[in-house]
Design a protein around this ligand. Structure first.
Ligand SMILES: [Zn+2]
Length: 248
């Protein structure tokens, strides 16, 4: 009863989209129009490929919430690339306090959308927390979120961010029709495979890319466990690239 498995290196997107997993919750998307989007760029996470921190270009950085493993290297990348940074309002204020140019910060909130360089990003619900660690302090980081990303050609991805399962994933599927979903599966801080399989049933994307697993032993959910829990009647493919691998 396993869902279809995509062999590594298999062509997955017909439109020039490249999706690279950089370990943990970090992704680099190269859009069909050549724009570069980083999501939750913790580029020195324990699973990250060695060259992950060589960022030559970033047009957009999306930060799903305030936890250190999601803000990651955002401040450095934003300063060196002049990328626009999309996050919730409180995280954007924090990034401003750390020297990211105010003109490049776009702080929105749930169901809010912003379009940058022809790419539309919508902040959607996530069931999670968002406190920002700054030295010994924990700062209010607003509300954790997922992001729906509509590329120049209309192709739509959904990064769940860190979240527990929630039934309004059906609403996200209905409104935005994401074809690829980056889905947290590690457990402990987020959904594990048991809940993530239910999320797949609600979202029914073409492709799921598991994330937020394997970084630490405690994030013990695996793509194999997820595959076994997705009924064959659901046609979603589980693509599980190794950190650094590119789906294209
Ligand atoms: Zn988190």
């Amino acid at each position: 009863m396993e869902a279809k498995t995509v062999a590594k290196g298999t062509a997955m997107f017909k439109n020039g989209l490249k999706l690279q997993w950089l370990g943990h919750a970090a992704f680099k998307i190269t859009t069909p129009g050549g724009k570069v989007i980083y999501i939750d760029p913790w580029l020195d996470n324990p699973s990250a490929p060695q060259d992950a921190k060589q960022v030559d270009r970033a047009d957009i950085i999306i930060v799903t919430h305030g936890h250190f493993d999601h803000i990651g290297n955002t401040v450095d990348i934003a300063k060196s690339t002049n990328a626009k940074v999309i996050s919730n309002f409180e995280v954007s204020l924090f990034l401003k306090s750390k020297g990211v140019p105010e003109n490049n910060l776009i702080g929105i909130n749930t169901s809010g959308s912003v379009e940058v360089e022809g790419i539309k990003m919508t902040m959607v619900y996530a069931d999670h927390s968002s406190g920002i660690t700054d030295g010994d302090l924990v700062i209010n980081g607003g509300t954790a979120a997922g992001f729906v990303i509509r590329l120049e050609n209309g192709y739509t991805l959904y990064d769940t961010g860190d979240t527990g399962i929630f039934s309004d994933m059906r609403l996200i599927a209905k409104l935005y029709k994401p074809r690829t979903v980056m889905l947290c599966i590690g457990g402990f801080y987020t959904m594990g495979p048991f809940e993530a399989a239910e999320a797949v049933k609600m979202l029914k994307p073409n492709v799921v890319v598991p994330m937020h697993y394997g970084t630490f032993p405690i994030l013990s959910g695996t793509p194999e466990a997820l595959r076994k829990l997705i009924p064959r009647s659901v046609k979603t493919k589980v693509a599980a690239p190794k950190p650094g691998e590119i789906l294209e």
